[in-house]
Design a protein. Structure first.
Length: 298
């Protein structure tokens, strides 16, 4: 299933009998599906159908759908007062005047200037025909939106795959260094014991045993194996169906923990440890870049 971005935009305009209908839809990142509709009151009856149409094609994201009607020349219309808003304003005005002891009367002219107090109603003819036109415009806009999101998703997928390959290369380099690390641990322990015991004889078998313990405490083989496994899972998720973004976010949290463990084990190991730390930090940076991209995946 192709990767889709949660970011997209589309706008469609259609001519009706008495006005031009313009429908726009914009989507951005969100943890779930959050839909917001901004439409004239004439479109209340079609909102449920619009929500179903969006939900059928968008699984996740913050969706803003707006509908505008531009009145054609000569078409009939009316401006109606928003009575619930006016009543609330009057009640608040009189309550404030009484509490503060102000002798004043409300000014209707001022009230009518308030945003939303006057609602423009356009005579749009047959309501069913308008609803059909709106749904047709919505379906066309959703198709354009989906194409936009697919293009963005393709670019995101390419970027993530590039970053995953870079991460895998860093893991391979850490594995190579780790495989050469045991002799270093033995020499490090031998030098340390030599400093403490001076000329006393040291059992080579004991040195090897202690070096093995030190190596085990500093061993990052399991973390590197898990990082490679997780990298393979990222590739599988990019080709899977469903809400890829949420699954990918969880997987990247696990990868980040493995990288942190690598860093915690490589401190104080001399030049070898410094090299592994540099590679571990580079791996964390790649994981962070992947996560930045994944946050925009549906």
């Amino acid at each position: 299933m192709p990767i889709r971005s949660m970011t997209g935009f589309a706008r469609v305009s259609r001519a009706t009998a008495s006005a031009e209908l313009t429908l726009s839809i914009k989507t951005v990142n969100h943890r779930g599906l959050d839909m917001h509709f901004h439409m004239p009151l004439e479109f209340d009856a079609v909102e449920l159908a619009l929500r179903r149409a969006v939900r059928a094609r968008v699984q996740r994201g913050h969706v803003q759908l707006q509908v505008h009607l531009n009145r054609a020349a000569g078409s009939a219309g009316a401006a109606l007062i928003n009575e619930p808003l006016l009543r609330a304003w009057l009640e608040s005005f009189r309550d404030a005047a009484q509490r503060l002891g102000i002798d004043s009367q409300p000014d209707l002219n001022q009230a009518l200037r308030l945003p939303g107090m006057l609602e423009s109603r356009i005579e749009t003819g047959d309501p069913e025909a308008l609803e059909a036109e709106t749904l047709a415009a919505a379906n066309e806009a959703i198709e354009e939106l989906d194409a936009f999101r697919l293009r963005e998703g393709k670019a995101i997928e390419a970027e993530i795959r590039t970053r995953v390959e870079a991460l895998c290369d860093l893991v391979r380099r850490m594995e190579q260094i780790r495989n050469r690390a045991l002799p270093y641990f033995q020499q490090r322990l031998r030098d340390r014991l030599g400093e403490l015991l001076g000329a006393a004889q040291i059992d080579p078998a004991r040195i090897a045993q202690e070096a093995a313990i030190l190596a085990e405490r500093s061993d990052i083989s399991e973390e590197l194996v898990r990082l490679k496994t997780h990298a393979d899972q990222v590739d599988a998720l990019l080709s899977a169906e469903g809400e890829t973004g949420k699954k990918l976010d969880f997987l990247l949290q696990e990868m980040n923990r493995e990288a942190n463990t690598v860093l915690s084990k490589t401190g104080g190991l001399g030049e070898t440890g410094l090299t592994l730390t540099d590679l571990g930090l580079a791996a964390k940076a790649e994981i962070d870049r992947i996560r930045e991209q994944s946050l925009n995946i549906e």
